[in-house]
Design a protein around this ligand. Structure first.
Ligand code: SF4
Ligand code: MG
Length: 324
């Protein structure tokens, strides 16, 4: 709820604070049990920062993270401990997120032991065997080292490690981005099957809309630290409203050339989050920008059923020709 993460920027001769980086600047969303919400946008837009804030890998500048009605962002480490189990993460790089000096058995045993989910050696081994089944790896592979696996297999181990904690929410931060196309599809299918089986909520952070289209329920599009559009998968892909979403989608290849979207080429790069543009943050690159966009910041508002967009074009009081 209204998550903000501003980093002080130090520079200058004496390392003094010379500015603020507005990495995440007022982001709100919710995820239901059994739901996948995808957070999409170009790199540097703040998606991973949102994920890390929910995981409490650092503290927020302001805002609240609420799990099942309980605020968790302001809990002390001791009070947070039992809740930590419920939110797990799968990172992008399966080659660096697994400890190379631990066998798979020990990688999976760690969360089981840390969260007190099993006590005896036999109970722990039983859980580990079931986790290997869940991610469709052979049970005897628990004796292997991470380097003995392919990228896709390592990502299965990363998923098994997340599942070992019996979480309610898994944050997948570019979890399939480093994998080959066919392996990507296998891992996405696995995540979907596990979600159905276990009722997991997934926050799927990705810059890859082609993958998102195959697996998400809802999509939130981020640009420079803010959500600019949220809607169901169907609505986002069939009826995008925000000019930024339209541009992102225009770059996604479609199998049927007759249905190809007109390509929208955006001018320039994402501006720096140090001094984001005034008014609409997207106005420096928006092909539809008009005068108001340079001074008045659009708010996320309902543009259609369950479909929110932050763009003056979708505000009847502020669009060009409006009399407000
Ligand atoms: Fe473009 Fe203006 Fe809409 Fe921003 S508010 S996305 S600049 S049209
Ligand atoms: Mg990232």
């Amino acid at each position: 709820n209204d998550l903000k993460k501003h980093f002080p920027l130090t520079g200058g001769f004496f390392g003094q604070v010379t500015g603020q980086v507005y990495a995440v600047d007022g982001v709100s969303f919710s995820i239901e049990k059994g739901e996948t919400l995808s957070l999409v946008g170009e790199s540097g837009c703040g998606k991973s920062t949102v994920g890390k804030a929910i995981l409490r890998l650092f503290s927020l500048t302001s805002g609240q993270v609420v799990l099942d009605g309980q605020r968790i962002d302001d809990l002390s480490a001791g009070k947070l401990r039992p809740l930590r189990r419920r939110v797990q993460v799968v990172f992008q790089d399966p080659f660096s997120s697994l400890n190379p000096r631990m066998r798979v058995r020990d990688i999976l045993a760690e969360p089981i032991i840390n969260f007190g989910l099993a006590k005896t050696r036999a109970e722990i081994d039983e859980r580990i065997a079931l986790l290997m089944d869940k991610v469709r790896l052979p049970r005897d592979a628990v004796n292997c080292w991470p380097h003995e696996f392919s990228g896709g297999q390592r990502q299965r181990i990363g998923i098994a490690r997340a599942l070992a904690a019996e979480p309610d929410l898994i944050i997948c931060d570019e979890a399939v981005s480093a994998l080959d196309v066919s392996v990507k599809a296998q891992i996405v299918n696995l995540l979907q099957d596990l979600q159905k089986e276990l009722g997991l909520a997934l926050l799927f952070i990705s810059h890859d809309l082609a993958i998102v289209e195959h697996m998400t329920h809802r999509v939130a599009v981020m640009y420079l630290g803010k959500i600019v559009e949220v809607a169901s998968r169907r609505e986002i892909f069939a009826n995008p409203k925000h000019p930024y979403t339209i541009a992102l989608l225009s770059a996604v290849p479609v199998p049927d050339p007759g249905k190809a979207r007109d390509r929208v080429i955006l001018k320039g790069d994402v501006p720096s989050p140090i001094n984001p543009p005034k008014g609409c943050r997207f106005h420096t690159r928006c092909p539809m920008a008009f005068d108001r966009c340079r001074v008045d910041e659009p708010q996320l508002r309902l543009a259609a059923d369950g479909h929110y967009a932050a763009c003056h074009l979708h505000d009847p009081d502020k669009a060009p020709g409006a009399h407000a």
